[in-house]
Design a protein around this ligand. Sequence first.
Ligand code: TXA
Ligand code: MG
Length: 341
Amino acid sequence: MKTQVVTTDPDHPDPRVIALGVEVLTRGGLAAFGAETVYGLGADATNPGAVAAIFAAKGRPAVNPLIVHVGGIEQARACASHWPPEAERLARAFWPGPLTLVLPRSSLIPDVVTAGAATAALRAPASPVALALIKGLGAPIAAPSANRSNHLSPTRAEHVLADLDGLVDLVIDGGPTAIGLESTVLDLTSSPRRILRPGPITARDLEAALGDGRAILETVGESSGILQSPGRLPVHYAPRSPAYRADTIGEITQTLELEGIVVVVIGRDVAGLDRARSPSHVLATPEIAGRAFYDLLRRLDALGPRAIVVVPPPDEPRWRALGDRIARATLPFRAWCDRGV
Ligand code: TXA
Ligand code: MG
């Protein structure tokens, strides 16, 4: 298959580009486009054959369900068999935006989308390109991140092509995505309500919008959530070079003397870092780091370093989404030292 690449202004999508995307989706093809979070690999969510092609292109296990992208509340209600008041509240507060709600699904959503689960993950994306495609298609769009399974999520069209050139019909290049990390996934079918994947919208944001005094559970590390949300598998976002996470800059001081090590310090004071010794990258705020993280890891990975060493941000709510992605992309630095560097 030859992959066609077209470009557009992401804020004012070119109608010809949208028409082409809609044509591809209508005939059951695959179109990649920028959401506000990461690039998605889209297919008509109501066409089982088209959705099956997403799994094939990504090499994604059929047991890992996809997010269904809708134009807004009305279409979300059509995809859900039950739309509770809390879904209405959260959708009004955060849509279009980076919040995915897991709800009981309606018969509009075929089995292949949800891996047979009785629930569907729904979100209205904020990207004008995505919204125009959904509107033009007149149906929801199933779209996981547009990377090969287990690789880093794409935040630029080049990343999509690096993973999926020749495997998808169309890539709509709207430049780098605004947020750079995937949406928050909130399960509204469990009690207590639970975040299955931390993202740009935090548990505190959700609790404040709901205002009912009931806490939202944040699953940290391994839990039964893994089966429900395979995005939580430890290796989900890994680069190809060995990548490790240290706890402090002090911990890696010795390592800086080794050749071929690149260091990424996130959300920390770099006073203790001798930057003359080792190539290092410093990402200061959650917004900057969120936008840059996957791209930086892909670029460092391409250099084929001996190792990428990340010093993760502090464990604070505003850093939680990135901390989660780092934990999935790296192994503990100590494990490496114990093997004898
Ligand atoms: O920001 C995003 O959410 C991006 C853009 C393209 O919108 N999409 C994305 O999709 O990250 P994907 O497929 O890479 O991640 C979907 C996440 C996975 O963790 C998956 O397990 C979970 O949502 N998920 C999907 N359907 C689910 C369901 N029915 N129940 C529980 N988790 C579900
Ligand atoms: Mg993904």
